[in-house]
Every structure is written in C-alpha cells, then in structure tokens.
Design a protein around this ligand. Structure first.
Ligand code: NAD
Length: 247
C-alpha cells in the first residue's frame, strides 16, 4: 500500500484514463477525490470500486474550466481528507477540425478546459502541494503535444502548452521539496479514441513499435510512480508512455 494516507485529486476521473488512475491509487491506499463534470453515476461507481477494495474516495462535481466550481472541489477535498498531496490534471477534451475550418469557438473551448482547467486546479491546490513538502503535480499531456496531429491544432497547442507550464511550476515548487511532471500518453483505449475509425486506428498501431494501443493501466502505473515518494528526485520531466511511437 505505497500510497497509504496520501490524498490525491484526479480531475475527470469518472471514466477513461482518469478512472484508471483513481482506481490504481485507491487500490494502493490513497484517499481519492473523484472529480466529474456530468457523469455523476459513473463517478459514484468509481467510489464504490475503490471502497470495495478497502480504499477511501469521495466525489466532487466541478467543471474544471469554472474557477468557482474548482474552489468548491478543494473544499470537498479538505472536508473529506484534509489538504491534497497529489493533483493529477487529467480532464481534457478534443474539438477536432482541419485548421482552415477550425472555429475560434473550437479553439477557445479546448484551451478553456485543457489549459484553463489546469490553471484553475493547480492554483487552487498549489498551497496544499507546497505544504505537503513531498507533494506532486502530475499533468496528463499527450504524444500529440510533441508530434502534432492532423486536425488537432487546438489540442496539440494545449497539450504542448502543458510542457512549459509543468517545467515552470516544477521550478516554483522545488524549494519546498514538491515536484511537477507531465505524462504524455500515446493513443490509449478510452472513449476519446472510440470514435476513431478502425482504418485510422490500424494505421496508428502500424506506427507503434510495441504494436498495440495503450491500455488505461499502462498510464496509471506511471502516474502511480510519479505520485509516490519513490519519484522524489524527478521533476520538470515529460514521461512518454507511447509504446515507442517516437523511436
Ligand atoms: P475521456 O474523454 O474518456 O475522459 C476525459 C475525462 O475528462 C472525462 O471523464 C470527462 O468528463 C472529463 N472532463 C472533460 N471536460 C471536463 C471539465 N471541463 N471538467 C471536468 N472534467 C472534464 O478521455 P481520456 O482518453 O480518458 O483522456 C484523459 C486525458 O488523457 C485527457 O487529458 C486526454 O487529452 C489525455 N490523453 C488521452 C489519450 C487517448 O488516446 N485516450 C492520449 C493522450 C492523452
């Protein structure tokens, strides 16, 4: 139970990668705050799964792009478990369009959630992470932030924006002993890739040396390492979890 007693807030954790991270950390003894925007039933399912494995979890509804709602999420966390040791900025959306067709609204929507949500949550929990002294900020970026991807100019810009943000926060946290890192998953089997046509997925897999998409657990295991005390001397890094896509 390497995460025993550590309080972890995971944004967008009712499903997909966030859910996998929440369940993994919960299994290892963490107190977990399950944030959701609209999937209330699924969020409660995650709590149940964690509790039936002997862990502690609570739900916190908040649209991460809304500062007041994120403030409320922090209050829920403090009331249930006290200050957070770990914040995982996982909530993210896509609004794909070839650039010439992309509307300013699609651009803004992706920035508001993917970067604005990270700003709001990080600022709300910054003092908690600092005061923990071995606190952890973990931002879920994407291989797309490194490589770009046709039709994802907004998403790629947001995801590579996370790299600079993480390195800067790593510097601002370092004196207190806490760390900030990014995880950059490759294509992972979740709802986000559900809509991708099989033909396109086959082409993607053909370009992955390990010859498969990532499973949620592949990402969760790396986040578990970064969230734990074992990663104390790793900060400002981007950890690729992409099956060797950039080899
Ligand atoms: P998903 O769509 O299954 O899950 C995203 C979660 O974020 C959902 O629970 C959703 O409700 C939540 N969310 C979205 N907007 C929110 C908001 N405003 N406030 C609170 N929650 C919100 O996607 P996923 O594949 O699990 O993606 C999780 C993260 O991993 C995202 O940041 C995504 O960009 C990143 N990522 C995914 C892949 C992939 O291939 N699936 C690859 C690289 C990176």
């Amino acid at each position: 139970m390497s995460m025993e007693g550590r309080t972890c807030v995971i944004t967008g954790s009712a499903r997909g990668i966030g859910r996998g991270i929440a369940e993994h950390l919960g299994r290892e003894g963490a107190n977990v705050v399950i944030n959701y925007r609209s999937s209330e039933g699924e969020a409660h399912d995650v709590v149940e799964t964690i509790e039936s494995a002997g862990g502690n979890a609570v739900v916190a509804q908040a649209d991460v792009s809304d500062r007041d709602e994120v403030t409320h999420m922090r209050e829920i966390c403090h009331e249930a478990f006290g200050p957070a040791d770990v914040l995982v900025n996982n909530a993210g959306i896509t609004a794909d369009e070839q650039f010439t067709e992309m509307t300013r609204e699609e651009w803004d929507r992706v920035m508001d959630v993917n970067l604005g949500g990270m700003f709001n949550s990080t600022q709300e929990f910054f003092d908690d992470i600092w005061n923990a002294e071995d606190g952890r900020l973990i931002n879920i970026s994407s291989v797309v932030g490194k490589q770009g991807n046709f039709g994802q100019a907004n998403y790629a810009a947001a995801k590579s924006g996370m790299f600079g943000f993480t390195r800067t926060i790593a510097l601002e946290l370092a004196q207190g002993g806490s760390t900030a890192n990014c995880v950059a998953p490759g294509f992972t089997r979740t709802d986000m890739v559900e809509g991708v046509p099989d033909k396109v997925l086959d082409r993607i897999v053909a370009g992955i040396p390990l010859e498969r998409l990532a499973e949620v657990e592949d990402i969760a295991a790396v986040v578990r390492f970064l969230a734990s005390e074992e990663s104390a001397y790793v900060t400002g890094e981007v950890i690729d979890v992409n099956g060797g896509m950039d080899l």
